[in-house]
Design a protein around this ligand. Structure first.
Ligand SMILES: [Zn+2]
Length: 494
């Protein structure tokens, strides 16, 4: 029996605008696709927040016992400077400016993306496919859409015919826009474009002679439209219909709307049951923007070198801070809010550290089972991490009362409490009890080394010199030197 069989999980579906009971297409299995980054610059904090929301969702599904295939792509071609299929390819432009190969740009920022996400303790997705690795699949989908009459070719480029599609389907159902409004609100074509109508979008673009990222196709040497890669990769790895598609709020239109249209035109079915969108973030109440100086890069937290920060913060503190807002709410960063989160985070970790030292008795003065249910209920209510954190803090309060002799807990309840806290704090929320940047970091290190010194003394007393030497050598390998003196063993760090 898996945990998910006892849970009533509800997820807000952007397509219906309602929270719905979640039932996967195949019992026990979940297919989830999340639009990944376009790797032409360092990952920004808004992306980190979006991917963190889906990291929590991925972690919770796994905790519930689901087998999850989580696909998050890397966009390494086809994403032009603006959404109207115009301008330079973002990666090619960066390559031109830096005078390097486009694939060097892709490699540099893919590595940066992975490094940054690793620092924040993200789980890797099950598959991380690239747009350039799926050109053949994209060409096949274009042929299919052309055959079905929902696209047209002009001068070597292929465009999706939105008006034709809308005769039989509903273009705009995700973003709540209707085609008539789009026609009124889209600026007229400037004569440069081959499109029949301005709301049409590119499936394939013929490459200009100077465009270096190009592939052969039945229509021209060119490159796929940005929206198409996600349809190709999600269909390939998750099937024509799958459970969850996620991304940032800004992708709802046109990107996700176009994905739905392409999939429906090609496969005849609506591709996704549940659409999920993570909200944006602000800094000191204002939109983050490089142009105004109102921004923080993810790595700035670790150095503290940013005019909006008074000191460095650990990745877990930043993660904890982000999870104190629901993924569908706007998250506002400020130094004061981070400092408050750091206090809360340290209190949570200190409390977890005292759990093994608590004295047990014959009664428990806290309803552990009800509290456990509340923790699950919080996550089952559209992944409500702020409510979950509030529940964790009611346990923190109780545990500290036990420590102070003002409350009591039985051995059995203490075991449940410890397990549930560990499950939620470390497995589901993905927090870590190690990389604290605060002043007691060195104190914790010295406590840990003292434990090893004691174990080594015991090993020597038992004549287990292999173990005692191993402890000494392995500490030395990480820069900690033990010194045996007549008053016992001390240590120094390099
Ligand atoms: Zn996408």
């Amino acid at each position: 029996m898996q945990l998910y069989q006892n849970q009533d999980l509800k997820i807000y579906n952007s397509l219906s605008g309602k929270k719905e009971t979640f039932t996967p297409i195949n019992e026990g299995y979940i297919g989830m696709y999340v639009c990944g980054p376009t790797v032409y610059s360092n990952v920004h904090l808004g992306n980190v927040r979006t991917f963190m929301s889906f990291d929590i969702i991925f972690r919770y599904f796994k905790h519930l016992g689901y087998k999850v295939r989580y696909v998050r792509n890397i966009t390494d071609a086809g994403h032009l400077e603006n959404d109207a299929d115009e301008g330079e390819d973002r990666i090619a432009k960066k390559a031109r400016l830096e005078q390097i190969e486009p694939m060097e740009v892709v490699q540099m920022y893919t590595v940066d993306f992975h490094n940054t996400l690793n620092k924040f303790n993200f789980l890797p997705p099950s598959i991380e496919p690239t747009a350039t690795g799926h050109i053949i699949e994209q060409i096949e989908i274009i042929k299919d859409i052309l055959d079905k009459g929902f696209a047209y070719e002009i001068n070597g480029s292929v465009y999706f015919d939105v008006l034709k599609f809308n005769e039989t389907n509903n273009y705009g159902k995700l973003s709540g826009r209707n085609v008539e409004d789009l026609i009124h609100n889209t600026r007229a074509l400037d004569g440069q474009s081959d499109k029949k109508n301005p709301q049409d979008f590119a499936l394939w673009k013929k490459a200009e002679p100077q465009h270096i990222m190009r592939w052969p196709s039945p229509w021209s040497d060119g490159f796929p439209g940005w929206h198409l890669e996600c349809t190709a990769m999600s269909t390939k790895y998750l099937g024509e219909q799958f459970d969850i598609h996620g991304g940032g709020m800004d992708l709802k239109f046109p990107h996700h709307e176009c994905e739905i249209a392409q999939a429906e035109a090609s496969n005849g079915v609506s591709p996704v049951n549940t659409w999920m969108h993570a909200n944006m973030l602000t800094l000191n109440g204002q939109k983050m923007a490089k142009s105004t100086g109102n921004f923080i890069l993810p790595n700035d937290f670790f150095t503290g070198e940013n005019e909006h920060l008074s000191k460095p913060f650990s990745a877990s503190v930043v993660r904890f801070f982000m999870l104190q807002a629901h993924y569908r709410s706007i998250l506002d960063f400020s130094n004061d809010a981070l400092l408050a989160s750091e206090k809360g985070f340290n209190k949570l970790m200190d409390t977890i550290n005292i759990l093994p030292k608590l004295q047990v008795s014959n009664i428990t003065t806290f309803d552990v089972e009800a509290w456990k249910t509340n923790c699950y209920n919080a996550m089952n209510d559209d992944f409500n991490t702020p409510i979950l954190i509030a529940e964790l803090f009611s346990a923190v309060k109780f545990i500290n009362q036990v420590k102070d002799g003002k409350a009591s807990v039985t051995q059995k309840d203490l075991e449940v409490l410890t397990k549930v806290i560990h499950d939620f704090v470390f497995d589901v929320l993905g927090l870590q009890n190690v990389d604290s940047c605060n002043d007691d970091g060195s104190e914790k290190l010295s406590d840990a080394v003292e434990v090893l010194i004691k174990m080594r003394a015991e090993a020597r007393a038992n004549k287990d010199f292999a173990l005692s030497d191993k402890i000494r050598d392995e500490l030395l390998a990480v820069g900690i030197q033990l010194k045996d003196g007549k008053d016992g063993t001390t240590f120094s760090t390099n």
